[in-house]
Design a protein around this ligand. Structure first.
Ligand code: HEM
Length: 130
């Protein structure tokens, strides 16, 4: 884990992209239900075309949330509806996401991502009746 002094003190597109890459790199290093779903859909090579596209989409998504960027124009829920997700997997997704955020951003900034992730995960679970 980085020392506090080395953490990002502002949010910009470049460090959002770093954060997204760090998050999915972490997921691919794990061997759990969440990582299995990602590997089954996108493969296990983080630099592949499929993963690069996913990372670009998720960078746009978080940039929309954190810095009002208007590039993202997808539907966040839709791809999840056809995935084999369980309630516990959202807990695991959130804990890996929180660890990534805590290692990169000062707490006040990290809260922007963490608070929103928790709300969206709750919305997904409700929509999926999980
Ligand atoms: C169990 C937890 C989760 C799993 C296994 C999961 C898995 C995936 C996968 C495999 C895709 C790519 C689908 C495709 O390209 O066909 C995807 C897309 C996406 N995920 Fe998740 N996800 C999870 C939770 C979340 C949460 C909590 C958020 C938001 C806080 C989120 C945000 C997104 C977004 C924005 C996309 C792109 C949607 C679009 O196409 O515009 N996911 N997810």
């Amino acid at each position: 884990m980085k020392f506090s002094a080395g953490k990002y003190k502002s949010i910009n597109r470049e460090n959002i992209n770093e954060m997204v890459l760090a998050f999915y790199t972490k997921i691919l290093r794990e061997d759990n239900d969440v990582s299995k779903v990602f590997v089954s859909i996108l493969g296990d090579e983080i630099h592949s075309q499929l993963w690069r596209e996913h990372i670009e989409i998720l960078t746009n998504f978080w940039a929309m949330i954190a810095i009002d960027d208007t590039t993202y124009n997808g539907n966040p829920l839709r791809p999840h509806l056809s995935l084999p997700l369980k309630r516990e997997m959202f807990g695991s997704w959130l804990s890996m996401f929180f660890e990534t955020i805590d290692s990169l951003y000062e707490p006040r900034l990290g809260a922007v991502f963490k608070d929103r992730a928790e709300i969206i995960a709750g919305n997904f679970m409700r929509n999926m009746r999980l």
